[in-house]
Design a binder for this molecule. Structure first.
Ligand SMILES: [Zn+2]
Length: 332
């Protein structure tokens, strides 16, 4: 009925394939909205398991999913199949990394960013620019969030706007600083509105500015970013050097034999700000520190972080679990 979409637009939505990379807060609102909009094929990729603290903002999940310790991708698929039986919904329990990201997004008409860390976003940016797939950046923290559409070849990519991922431990995370549901719903809704335009063949209507929202201050702003693409200096979209796909900046994980631990390290030089990280971690567990390392017990894990960002996550042998703990509590 909506003039901007109409019967022809609805038919196109039914033929579209969207990948939601990450199904936490933004991903679950977006997947929910897109499934109800009749997107023909929806692939939901996530590495995590539903936890009680997720329920405040991750609208696809409930207490049964927490009790059953369901992977988010599985819980999301089950829920959305009940919401709309006429579409094809697939949940993939997977940790996106440089070796599998291209396969995960292959054949997609569009990717929604529901990632909880910069490393994954830069990887997604490389893969989407390389294969000419539009993707919609989204991120939230506290009451603040932002979104930007990347149409390869037309608009600035993430690397045009942000040079690189911030060093580990620099940025607050939702799991240490909190995020409120209203901003998640707003940002995911903005992502979905732009997705509906793109998927109905109306790229000319897409907002090409970066949108920022602070729901606590009721402030919405648009930032012009288009000129950044014209500088021609972007390694990714100007020079087609896909450094993240080549894993040049990627964290490395090693399972430590016989110790029920995984080590995470970074190839680039970093110096962790122990004051900032320990202040944030104090909200989730008891922090011990000396000049060389910082240690915190979080849920069933013991996390030890060294000055250079290297960390040992004790309590798992699974690299994807350790990477998730790092992204949630230290921040990459
Ligand atoms: Zn670029």
């Amino acid at each position: 009925m909506f003039g901007g979409i109409g019967p022809e637009g609805q038919r196109r939505l039914g033929q579209a394939h969207v990948v939601c990379l990450g199904c936490g807060a933004l991903g679950s609102v977006a997947a929910n909205t897109l499934a109800r909009a009749g997107i023909g094929r929806l692939t939901i990729v996530d590495r995590d398991v539903v936890e009680e603290s997720n329920l405040q903002r991750q609208v696809l999940f409930d207490e049964d999913d927490v009790r059953d310790a369901l992977p988010k991708a599985v819980a999301a698929e089950r829920r959305l199949r009940r919401v709309n039986s006429q579409i094809d919904v697939r949940g993939l329990v997977a940790d996106a990394h440089h070796a599998n990201i291209e396969a995960l997004i292959a054949g997609a008409d569009l990717v929604i960013d529901g990632a909880d860390n910069f490393e994954t976003r830069f990887l997604l940016n490389d893969a989407c620019v390389k294969h000419g797939i539009p993707w919609i950046y989204g991120a939230c923290i506290g009451s603040y969030g932002l979104s930007m559409v990347v149409i390869p070849g037309e608009t600035p990519c993430l690397r045009c706007v942000v040079e690189g991922a911030p060093p580990p431990g620099l940025t607050p995370t939702c799991d240490t600083s909190g995020v409120i549901g209203p901003v998640v719903n707003m940002i995911a809704s903005i992502q979905c509105a732009e997705a509906l335009k793109l998927l109905t063949g109306q790229a000319h209507l897409v907002n090409r500015d970066m949108v920022t929202v602070d729901v606590w201050d009721a402030r919405v702003q648009r930032m012009k970013v288009h000129a950044l693409r014209d500088l021609g200096a972007c390694p990714c979209c100007s020079h087609r050097r896909f450094e993240h796909l080549a894993a040049e900046h990627a964290s490395q994980t090693t399972t430590l034999c016989g110790r029920n631990s995984v080590q995470i390290s970074f190839p680039d030089d970093h110096t962790i700000d122990f004051d900032a990280v320990s202040a944030r971690l104090a909200a989730v567990g008891r922090v011990q520190r000396n000049a060389f390392l910082l240690r915190c017990a979080i849920d069933t894990y013991d996390v030890t972080v060294f000055r250079d960002g290297r960390a040992i996550v004790e309590g798992t042998r699974e690299p994807s679990v350790a990477r998730s703990v790092y992204a949630k509590y230290i921040g990459i």
